[in-house]
Design a protein around this ligand. Structure first.
Ligand code: SF4
Length: 324
């Protein structure tokens, strides 16, 4: 039996694959690997497809120096838009728009290291109103917050916190120096203690190795993450990573398939940069991914919800929450 088939059997029997085994998959024949990952997805997750959208709830002028980001004040990217926390009316309007189109989760994302206490109170009011007026799930991505703030956010009606690990602990200092990978782990643990589920993945194409990608997902698995956003770097002119190469479709498919082996019951979620793939993610969805961020991304255009709904139907999926 080939390594791929052996490891597929192991995963389907409930076993966990190790770092060494994941590295073997990095060298396995691609089609066999993605077929096996698709089968694991089918058995462990069924036809459900977890579709979410994000809203840029506060934009720009960020003091952090993440080297891929158009919103960092450290780089001259031509990204001139910046505004403070969006009003409840605007956030509600976005939530209603997405709920009406069958989107299951609405994630409010803010730029910056974190939110002030006043901002947390303001956004909690918005979450309460959204939850009263729609049945869409509310997720939040507010940077580095403390447990008490997450408790307030959960009480307001949010169900999930997003905070990407971005890459491995080893590689992270090369992409950000103003906060640490451990800060992110602390944030995710605080969110879990506050009773929220957690969503955490990263960006591929930062200059990291396959080992870094695997270590990132192993760390997410260790933290109990069941939603893993997979972003493909879209190199933004003016950022230090502007000359990085975009991942090829096959490289993305391989990563997604390995992540499916690593956390077989997770929502493996194609996120930013999906439009850079010629097939808009189709190959990844057939090879293990079962979730996506739809609509426009924070600072780049995405794929419309309508198009995604058509695609997921065509591939045999149905929109359904993948809960922890
Ligand atoms: S990724 Fe977030 S924290 Fe980092 S610079 Fe961009 S907005 Fe700021």
């Amino acid at each position: 039996m080939s390594v791929v088939q052996e490891l597929k059997e192991k995963v389907l029997e409930g076993g966990e694959i190790s770092r060494r085994e994941a590295l073997l998959l990095a060298k396995a024949p691609l089609e066999e690997l993605t077929d096996a990952a698709g089968q694991i997805r089918q058995v462990r997750c069924g036809r459900g497809f977890d579709i979410c959208t994000i809203v840029n709830g506060k934009c720009g002028r960020c003091p952090e120096d993440c080297r891929y980001c158009a919103q960092s004040a450290h780089y001259r990217t031509g990204e001139t838009q910046s505004y403070g926390l969006m009003s409840t009316e605007m956030l509600l309007e976005g939530a209603k728009y997405n709920a009406a189109r069958g989107v299951l989760r609405y994630s409010i994302v803010t730029s910056g290291r974190g939110l002030s206490q006043r901002e947390v109170e303001q956004v909690c009011e918005s979450i309460r109103v959204i939850r009263q007026e729609t049945d869409i799930q509310v997720c939040v991505s507010f940077g580095l917050l403390e447990e008490e703030q997450f408790v307030r956010i959960r009480q307001a009606g949010a169900s999930r916190v997003h905070c990407n690990l971005e890459s491995s602990a080893r590689f992270f200092p090369q992409i950000c120096t103003t906060h640490t990978w451990q800060d992110k782990v602390r944030t995710l643990k605080a969110a879990r203690r506050a009773g929220l589920s957690i969503c955490s993945g990263g960006i591929l194409g930062l200059g990291e190795t396959m080992e870094d990608r695997i270590d990132m997902v192993l760390a997410a698995r260790e933290l109990g993450v069941k939603s893993v956003p997979v972003n493909l770097l879209n190199p933004i002119p003016g950022t230090p990573l502007e000359k990085n190469r975009v991942l090829t479709n096959d490289q993305a498919r391989r990563c997604v398939a390995i992540f499916r082996f690593l956390i077989p019951d997770a929502a493996i979620r194609l996120a930013g940069g999906r439009g850079l793939l010629g097939d808009q993610g189709r190959g990844c969805f057939l090879g293990g991914a079962n979730a996506a961020i739809s609509g426009d991304m924070l600072t780049t255009a995405g794929i419309t919800v309508e198009k995604d709904m058509e695609l997921l139907k065509e591939l045999g999926f149905e929109a359904r929450l993948c809960d922890d």
